[in-house]
Write a protein that binds this ligand. Structure first.
Ligand SMILES: Nc1ncnc2c1ncn2[C@@H]1O[C@H](COP(=O)(O)OP(=O)(O)OP(=O)(O)O)[C@@H](O)[C@H]1O
Ligand SMILES: [Mg+2]
Length: 250
């Protein structure tokens, strides 16, 4: 019998992205296996956010392909809405709807995009609020929640769509130190539960302990990838060494 490796959940091949004349992604190749947790590191401007935004099609690629579960990313329309449902994304800014409660923020997309009946969507929202440690805050509005609590609602909102993969783009960068841990705890639990994750973060403890692989970006390319242990103890490129010496000083 010939053992074949399972197809990756995400396959990024030869992706280039231009913003006008500016070449932001220069031939990115990256496979992410189902259940794998990948952390994306790199200096400011290296293209981390752009790559995340291309994966869920907030940005279109200039050339190359991105496929999720073997399906190339659709350009527009219903197929794109379906794809967005498969890719959950959490940003630095929480982007909750200010005039909806926590529960309503979470239940909205399942009702409108996935056509889940209201009662079911609301029950799932309550379960998710519980899961991210916010029981009792169902009826709170975003302005009544701390930053860490709002970010946990944003994570619950993404999970409500039953995504295949979760993208996190600096989810704790806007938070005070005491709130960072509560968000990282929720992310660690998700990771332990088998979720496929691509995470951009400055939290090196999380990168080391919760992730399987580090991808280091420089000027629009992945220039180095390795296990967290190998990357942090023995970076191979000058750029990675330079990056690590700067962040580890803080
Ligand atoms: N909409 C845009 N229009 C023009 N240039 C852009 C746009 N978005 C990003 N860029 C440029 O592309 C490059 C990569 O940006 P990106 O936001 O992906 O970097 P990053 O690695 O996420 O940086 P940071 O760590 O600061 O968040 C930067 O030089 C940026 O100025
Ligand atoms: Mg960014």
């Amino acid at each position: 019998m010939i053992a074949t490796a399972p197809a990756p959940l995400v396959r990024i091949e030869g992706v280039h992205k231009y913003f006008g004349d500016f070449h932001a992604l220069k031939g990115v190749n990256l496979d992410i296996a189902r259940g794998e947790k990948v952390v994306l590191l790199g200096a400011s401007g290296s293209g981390k956010s752009t790559l995340c935004r291309c994966i869920n099609r907030l940005e279109s690629v200039s050339s190359g392909t991105i496929a999720i579960d073997g399906e190339p990313l659709p350009q527009e329309g219903k197929a794109l809405a379906r794809l967005r449902a498969e890719v959950g994304m959490v940003f630095q800014s929480f982007n909750l709807f200010p005039h909806y409660t926590a529960q309503q923020n979470i239940a909205l997309a399942p009702m409108h995009v996935r056509r889940v009946p209201r009662a079911q969507a609301e029950q799932e929202a309550r379960d998710l609020i519980h899961r991210v440690g916010l029981a009792g805050k169902e009826d709170s509005f975003p302005a009544e929640l701390s930053g860490g609590q709002q970010q946990r609602v944003a994570i619950a909102r993404a999970l409500a769509m039953h995504p295949e993969i979760m993208l996190f783009d600096e989810p704790t960068s806007a938070l005070d130190p005491e709130m960072i841990k509560e968000v990282l705890d929720v992310m660690s639990e998700l990771a332990a539960g088998g979720m496929t994750m691509l995470v951009v973060t400055h939290e090196m403890g999380f990168a080391r302990h919760a992730c399987d692989r580090v991808c280091f970006m420089d000027e629009g390319q992945i220039v180095e990838q390795n296990t967290p242990d190998a990357f942090f103890t023995d970076p191979q490129t000058e750029r990675a060494r330079d990056f690590l010496s700067k962040i580890l000083e803080h």
